[in-house]
Design a binder for this molecule. Structure first.
Ligand SMILES: [Zn+2]
Ligand SMILES: [Zn+2]
Length: 124
């Protein structure tokens, strides 16, 4: 009987029809997907399929069983690491003493060193 009433109302015109349709649409609750216990959602870089960094341009979401998710961040778009000489803060060369050479990660907003260490030059 209820159904019949609505169908009858629909005959009256589009305004009533739209109202009914809108109500039906609003009542349609789509629950947000919640991963079950033991499942983790990870943002992956679509280029390396490793956990995305802030620099990754294309990020996808994947589900993993807890403990099996990749741990190493994207190595394509992560901050670059340079070997620098701490005497000059420029790129370490083969002539820099080993104990003066450090690995340093440069953030994308920092200018990386771009000249070879001028302090330790090749022997004449
Ligand atoms: Zn990436
Ligand atoms: Zn040096």
């Amino acid at each position: 009987m209820m159904m019949l009433t609505i169908l009858q109302q629909l005959k009256y015109g589009s305004s009533i029809k739209n109202k009914v349709l809108n109500q039906r649409y609003q009542n349609k609750n789509i629950p947000e997907f919640q991963p079950p216990d033991g499942i983790v959602q990870i943002s992956l870089c679509s280029d390396s399929l490793q956990p995305a960094t802030e620099q990754c341009p294309n990020v996808i979401r994947e589900y993993f069983i807890k403990g099996t998710e990749p741990k190493k961040n994207c190595n394509i778009h992560s901050d670059p690491t340079y070997k620098i000489c701490v005497d000059s803060y420029q790129l370490a060369t083969e002539y820099c003493p080993e104990d003066r050479v450090r690995e340093r990660t440069y953030h994308f907003f920092e200018p990386p060193p771009n000249i070879p260490c001028p302090v330790h030059s090749p022997p004449e």
